[in-house]
Write a protein that binds this ligand. Sequence first.
Ligand SMILES: [Cu+2]
Length: 167
Amino acid sequence: MKNYLILVTFVSSLLVSGCGQKESASAPAAASAAPAPATAAPRVIEITAGDNMKFNITAIEAKPGETLKIILTNIGQMPKEAMGHNIVILKKGADTAAYAAAATTAKASEYLPPAFQDQVLAHSELIGPRKSSEFLFKVPAETGDYPFICSFPAHYMVGMKGVITVK
Ligand SMILES: [Cu+2]
């Protein structure tokens, strides 16, 4: 009986130390994950749009894989319902005209046509006057031209568009 107790004590001490080892083993893993947040902060790109239906920036250069923080500010006066703006970044080679055409009837989804969702890499909110919307865009690894547009009805047609060139 005494031997049995010793065995139980031994086994339970093994379990305890086993747990202890497990905890200490997980610590280095957590430590090695720590550098991730320390990577370069996203590069900030500030874009304005107003009642003149123009982006102030229409050409952006980016490096493959970098992260951009794009901040769109509506500097206009007209109400959102009449003069809202957004930025929709589309896939390389996307048919921007077809996207914009579909967007005109997508009011319920803030002019982001659900049928073309797979063409969109990133987008801002649709914003009214004196509002800003920011979003992160992880630049694709593949070099080339990635178009962006404002999908509010008719704005693409009058030139609310630009290109992010990845090189
Ligand atoms: Cu617009």
